[in-house]
Design a protein around this ligand. Structure first.
Ligand SMILES: Nc1ncnc2c1ncn2[C@@H]1O[C@H](COP(=O)(O)OP(=O)(O)OP(=O)(O)O)[C@@H](O)[C@H]1O
Length: 294
């Protein structure tokens, strides 16, 4: 079934036992610095995420996760815990130091995305992932019109028909509640909430099977936050996209995520169904996060 977002309908059972994960990341690490015998040893004890010996920053340490079709997976953690860096490694904004990432929608999950050529990486960015950054300046050309922003993304994915781009752009802007009268305005003239909604429309323009959302509601007013969160849930309901959502705010993760990973100092300290984590947090840091919600 085709929905109003132009993709397949959301699944009610989000991940059946026999389904393969749409995205599988294994043992992903990102270090700033060369590392040394001390900090590269298994179970190395660091000063938070920094090696006391050589000063290498272990921003992401051995993170693995899977996102199943139609599932929303959340990563929560305080500032500096490594969640954005992990996301950036997936989207090639940062070069992972090591790890293995497979995406079924790209090539059936055959290649390790981290070993792709620059050209193949562009194909993944244009056709497999839709990225929405916390800072809309990273995801949008602020001086182009909103329609042109969407067209740019579609051209990157080989669309050449002006009428199709205009039609898709107007459809998506309507979906994210940007009035058509503002479609030719540049995002720099918009409020923060509107900019985020244009970014979401742009990210959706090629029907990416995997959406990466990095702190998309941080810095927005509460009512605007609620509208953006509703929009994300609507996208999942109508379109069934898989999503990886990063936030320092457990309230956001509680609203969106089926499963959650908790990160601290570059490592995953706890993971499981979001409801379970909220009801029965095991790690002291998760307990602190959950109690701060009460
Ligand atoms: N270019 C860099 N060089 C050295 N350290 C870096 C660099 N970029 C990030 N870091 C460090 O990596 C760690 C993880 O940062 P990251 O931005 O991923 O955290 P985060 O959990 O997303 O927090 P925030 O939401 O505040 O960005 C931090 O300690 C940060 O200082």
């Amino acid at each position: 079934m085709t929905s109003s977002f132009g993709g397949t309908a959301a699944k009610t059972a989000r991940f059946a036992d026999d389904e393969r994960p749409a995205l599988a990341a294994s043992h992903v690490s990102k270090r700033y610095g060369k590392g040394c015998a001390r900090c590269l040893a298994p179970q190395a004890v660091l000063d938070r995420n920094i090696c006391p010996e050589c000063g290498t920053v272990h921003a992401v340490r051995d993170v693995s996760l899977e996102v199943y079709p139609g599932e929303i997976v959340g990563i929560v953690g305080e500032s500096g815990s490594g969640k954005s860096t992990f996301m950036k490694c997936l989207y090639f904004d940062e070069e992972a130091t090591e790890g293995d990432v497979r995406a079924v929608p790209f090539d059936g999950g055959v290649a390790n995305l981290l070993e792709l050529s620059p050209q193949q990486r562009r194909a993944v960015r244009n056709n497999v992932f839709g990225m929405v950054y916390q800072n809309p300046y990273l995801g949008l050309r602020m001086d182009f019109s909103s329609l042109s922003n969407i067209a740019e993304q579609m051209i990157a994915a080989s669309c050449r028909e002006v009428a199709a781009m205009r039609g898709r752009g107007e459809e998506l802007l309507g979906k994210v509640s940007i009035p058509l009268s503002r479609a030719v305005d540049a995002p720099k003239l918009f409020s923060g909430g509107m900019q985020q909604r244009v970014q979401i429309a742009k990210a959706l323009s090629n029907n990416p099977p995997l959406l990466l959302l990095d702190e998309v509601t941080t810095g927005l007013d509460l009512s605007v936050q609620a509208a953006v969160l509703d929009l994300i849930l609507q996208i999942r309901r109508e379109w069934g996209a898989s999503m990886l959502v990063v936030s320092h705010d457990l309230g956001v993760i509680r609203m969106l995520a089926d499963r959650t990973l908790v990160m601290l100092d570059g490592q995953v300290v706890e993971s499981g169904l979001t409801d379970q984590i909220l009801e029965d947090p095991q790690h002291a840091y998760t307990q602190q996060l959950v109690y701060s919600l009460l």
